[in-house]
Write a protein that binds this ligand. Structure first.
Ligand code: XUL
Ligand code: CO
Length: 436
C-alpha cells in the first residue's frame, strides 16, 4: 500500500511547467560543466526532519499528519516508517539520504537492546537500498538528545558520558559501513558551554580531539574509508558551540592533527547564525581544501535562530554553486536537505513540495553559476582587480623575493602608491542580476 497514493513519480517537465509536482530546473541527466546534475548535487533527504519531524514547537505539540505512524516508539513502527521513507525518496528521485542513529530506531533499556533495535531497522534499510539504488550519504550519532549528554558527549565533565558516546559512535560507524555510507558526520550538538565559570575549555577540547582520533582509528580498522566531516554551528543548543564556524573548526582540526581525515559539512543557517553568509563559509573551507558537503537550508531574515527552512532563493543557491564549482564540487559529499516543512505545512504532500523547491532552486543556481563562469566577465574583473600582484613588486612579494628593506627602497624611489581603482561593487551586483 502506498503512503503517497496521490503523488506520481516526480519528473522534469522544464521551466514552463505549471505542475507543482514536477521539476522545472532539476533535470538529473542534464550535463552542466561536464557533469550531470545528479552527480553535481548528490541530493540527500534528512531522515530526522522529513520522517521524524512532528511540527512540535515550544508553544504546542506536533501537527504533522503521517498516516503510516502508529504513535508508538516501537521497532515495528520504525520499520514501517523506513519503508515509507524509501517510497518517498524513490518518488522524489533523491539518490541519497542521511540519518542520526536515533532517528532510525528507538533506544532500548540497555545499550545492547538499543543496538539490537538499530540492527533490525538497518536490515530493512539495506534491503530498501538494494531495491531502489538509493544510497547513504552519511550517518551520524545523536549525542545530544538523551539526558546523559546534558553536559556534552566527548566534551562532558563526566568521563562515563565520553565512554557511552564512544560506544554509540562505534556502533554508528559499523552501521554506516554496513550501509555503504560515503561520509560520517560529527555535529557537536552539546559540545560547547553555557558558562565558563564551570568549564575547563582546554580539557574539553583535548577530549573532543581524542574522541575524533579514536573514531578515525576505529573506522579505518573496520574498513570504513569514507570522509569524516565536522558540521560547524556557533550556538544552539549551547550558548557557545566549540565548532563555531569554518575557521574555528579548521583551526581545531589543524591544531589536533585531524585534517587528513576531516573536511567540513557546511550548513546555511549555521553560517548565518555565526554572522557569515554561506558563501563566506564555502569560500573559507574551500580555500583550505576542507569543503566536504553541505546541509542545504536557509534561515529567516527576521528571526535569529535555526529555522531550517527549505532553500528557494536563487541568489543564495547561485552563490553556493559559484563557490562549489570553483572548488571542484562536493563528491563524496552532497547536498543534504537539513530542512523542515513549517508546522502549518502538515500534509504528506508538503514534503514533496518542499524538496522539489529545494532541488529546483539548486539546479537553477547551478545553471546561473555555470553561465556566469562561462562568460568569464566576473572572473576577468576579479583577475584585473589583483593585477598589481601579477608582476613587479606584487609578484616579488608573493614569490618571497621582497623584505622590508627592499620594500622601503621601492617606496622611497616611487614616492606614492599607484592610485587605487574602484571596487565596482554595484556594477558587479548588477552584473550578477543579468543572469537571474
Ligand atoms: C543541527 C543540525 C544537525 C546535523 C546533524 O542544527 O544541523 O541536524 O546536521 O547532526
Ligand atoms: Co545540519
Amino acid at each position: 500500500m502506498s503512503a503517497f497514493p496521490d503523488v506520481p513519480q516526480i519528473v522534469y517537465e522544464g521551466p514552463d511547467s505549471k505542475n507543482p509536482l514536477a521539476f522545472r530546473w532539476y533535470n538529473p541527466d542534464e550535463v552542466v560543466e561536464g557533469q550531470t546534475m545528479r552527480d553535481h548535487f548528490r541530493f540527500s533527504v534528512a531522515y530526522w526532519h522529513t520522517f521524524r519531524g512532528t511540527g512540535a514547537d515550544p508553544f504546542g505539540p506536533g501537527t504533522m499528519v503521517r498516516p503510516w505512524e502508529d504513535g508508538s516508539d516501537s521497532v515495528d513502527n520504525a520499520i514501517r516508517r523506513a519503508r515509507v521513507a524509501f517510497e518517498f525518496m524513490e518518488k522524489l528521485g533523491a539518490p541519497f539520504y542521511a540519518f542520526h542513529d536515533r532517528d532510525l530506531a528507538p533506544e532500548g533499556k540497555s545499550l545492547a537492546d538499543t543496538n539490537k533495535n538499530l540492527d533490525a531497522v538497518v536490515r530493512v534499510l539495506k534491503e530498501e537500498q538494494q531495491r531502489t539504488g538509493i544510497q547513504l550519504l552519511w550517518g551520524t550519532a545523536n549525542l545530544f538528545a538523551n539526558p546523559r549528554y546534558v553536559h556534552g558527549a566527548s566534551t562532558s565533565c563526566n568521563a562515563d558520558a565520553f565512554a557511552y558516546a564512544a560506544a554509540q559512535v562505534k556502533k554508528c560507524l559499523e552501521v554506516t559501513l554496513e550501509l555503504g555510507g560515503s561520509n560520517y558526520v560529527f555535529w557537536g550538538g552539546r559540545e560547547g558551554y553555557q558558562n565558563l565559570y564551570n568549564t575547563d575549555m582546554r580539557r574539553e577540547l583535548d577530549h573532543m580531539a581524542r574522541f575524533m582520533h579514536l573514531a578515525v582509528d576505529y573506522a579505518r580498522s573496520i574498513g570504513f574509508h569514507g570522509q569524516f566531516l565536522i558540521e560547524p554551528k556557533p550556538k544552539e543548543p549551547t550558548k557557545h558551540q566549540y565548532d563555531f564556524d569554518a575557521a574555528a573548526c579548521i583551526n581545531f582540526l589543524r591544531a589536533y592533527d585531524l585534517l587528513d581525515a576531516f573536511k567540513l559539512n557546511l550548513e546555511t543557517n549555521h553560517a548565518t547564525l555565526a554572522g557569515h553568509t554561506m558563501m563566506h563559509e564555502l569560500e573559507y573551507a574551500g580555500m583550505q581544501g576542507a569543503l566536504g558537503s553541505i546541509d542545504a537550508n536557509t534561515g529567516d531574515l527576521l528571526l535569529g535562530w535555526d529555522t531550517d527552512q527549505f532553500p528557494t532563493d536563487y541568489y543564495l543557491t547561485t552563490q553556493c554553486m559559484l563557490s562549489i564549482l570553483k572548488f571542484g564540487g562536493l563528491a563524496p559529499g552532497g547536498v543534504n536537505f537539513d530542512a523542515k516543512v513549517r508546522r502549518e505545512s502538515f500534509e504528506p504532500v508538503d514534503l514533496f513540495h518542499a524538496h522539489i523547491g529545494g532541488m529546483d532552486a539548486f539546479a537553477r543556481g547551478l545553471k546561473i553559476a555555470a553561465a556566469i563562469r562561462a562568460d568569464g566577465e566576473l572572473q576577468s574583473l576579479l583577475t584585473k582587480r589583483y593585477a598589481s600582484w601579477d608582476e613587479g613588486i606584487g609578484a616579488d612579494i608573493e614569490a618571497g623575493k621582497a623584505d622590508f628593506q627592499t620594500l622601503e627602497r621601492y617606496m622611497l624611489a616611487k614616492g606614492e602608491i599607484t592610485p587605487n581603482a574602484s571596487g565596482r561593487q554595484e556594477m558587479l551586483e548588477n552584473l550578477i542580476n543579468r543572469y537571474l
